[in-house]
Design a binder for this molecule. Structure first.
Ligand SMILES: NC(=O)c1ccc[n+]([C@@H]2O[C@H](COP(=O)([O-])OP(=O)(O)OC[C@H]3O[C@@H](n4cnc5c(N)ncnc54)[C@H](O)[C@@H]3O)[C@@H](O)[C@H]2O)c1
Length: 314
């Protein structure tokens, strides 16, 4: 019986991952039990295989309940976002760093083969000062505690793998689209809202210029990559056990053109550009990114902008 644990299962990526696991299984095996961990649940999937555990991953008791039955794979997605972690350092450290270590340590000695452990890291590990071209040899230089703790999490996953507690793999996620809702004050919310507003024919003001360039992946492609990381032959994983997810790189103006081609040329007039230099620097000034090692492993971006739009709003 395949038992999979997902932390942060109520989040944007987590919900899609859970749907895919229940529908398709993992690596050709049907799911026998799916344990979901999150602070709370609006309406967990009505499926007899699902065990929804409400509480904090910082609580060792909650983790022990999640791991009570032997675990085949953990997808660790729960986290405190960058802005919130910056405002409350202790909370960020407890969830993004300490709880990640707890989730790994609690798998010590849980038998062979060690469970697969997929960790959602982030492009925030690179920090603000990106070189003219980013590739898989680019040294991370986090500019926020969130990025520093995620980077530390990558090292902890590699160390736990070396010790044989887990068979780990960290993936650095770029901006994943298209998150539904108003973005809850996230500065990058415009990246997702463009998709939904233009589909609905509603006006939107974006805090970047049309020429602002970002790295993009749809939530569908992101989930494909998480599933692949959990099932690829572990001997093929690099010793760092960490990969940059491949991305499509295009400007906000190019996205608007492609959305207008899909939904109607009149949509272009709905977009007002009001660039804020700070937001532009953080989210719309991304240099070319080369990820040949990740692609050799089988990790993929969406292929083209039309596919990305379709999968982002599926
Ligand atoms: N979405 C993106 O664009 C993006 C980009 C880079 C990295 N990531 C990373 O990918 C992962 C998933 O992203 P997402 O967009 O789904 O995030 P999200 O914020 O939508 O979801 C995170 C989930 O974690 C839960 N959570 C927070 N603290 C918890 C705790 N103490 N115990 C249990 N659950 C807790 C939240 O309730 C939430 O449901 C995160 O780790 C994030 O850092 C996402």
């Amino acid at each position: 019986m395949t038992h999979v644990v997902v932390t942060g299962s109520e989040g944007f990526v987590g919900r899609q991952l859970v749907q895919r696991l229940l529908a398709d299984g993992l690596g050709g095996q049907p799911i026998g039990k799916l344990t979901l961990l999150d602070i709370g649940f609006a309406a967990p999937p009505a499926d007899a295989r699902v065990q929804a555990l409400a509480g904090s991953i910082a609580d060792p008791g909650l983790r022990a309940r999640a791991y009570r039955d032997p675990v085949d794979a953990v997808f660790h997605l729960a986290s405190i976002p960058g802005g919130a972690a910056e405002k409350d350092y202790e909370l960020g450290r407890r969830i993004n760093l300490d709880a990640t270590l707890g989730l790994l340590e609690d798998l010590r000695g849980c038998g062979a083969p060690a469970p697969r452990f997929v960790f959602a890291s982030t492009i925030a590990v690179y920090g603000e000062h990106l070189p003219p071209r980013v590739d898989e040899a680019t040294l991370p230089n986090p500019g926020l505690s969130y990025g520093a703790h995620k980077l530390a999490g990558e090292y902890l996953v590699a160390d736990a793998t070396r010790k044989g507690w887990v068979q780990g793999c960290s993936l650095r996620l770029p901006g994943v689209v298209a998150r539904p809702g108003d973005g809850a004050g996230m500065m990058s919310a415009f990246m997702s809202q463009l998709f939904w507003k233009l589909a609905a024919g509603e006006p939107i003001t974006v805090p970047v210029s049309a020429d602002g360039v970002a790295w993009w992946i749809s939530v569908g492609a992101c989930v494909d990559n998480l599933l692949h990381a959990a099932t690829v032959d572990p001997v093929r994983l690099n010793p760092r056990r960490s990969y940059q997810m491949p991305v499509l790189r295009f400007s906000v103006g190019e996205l608007v053109e492609a959305l207008a081609a899909r939904h109607g040329a009149d949509r272009k007039a709905l977009v007002r550009y009001a660039p804020d230099p700070f937001v532009e620097r953080l989210f719309a000034a991304y240099p070319p990114l080369a990820t040949p090692e990740a692609e050799r492993l089988g990790l993929r971006h969406d292929g083209d902008i039309e596919t990305l739009i379709r999968r982002a709003t599926a």
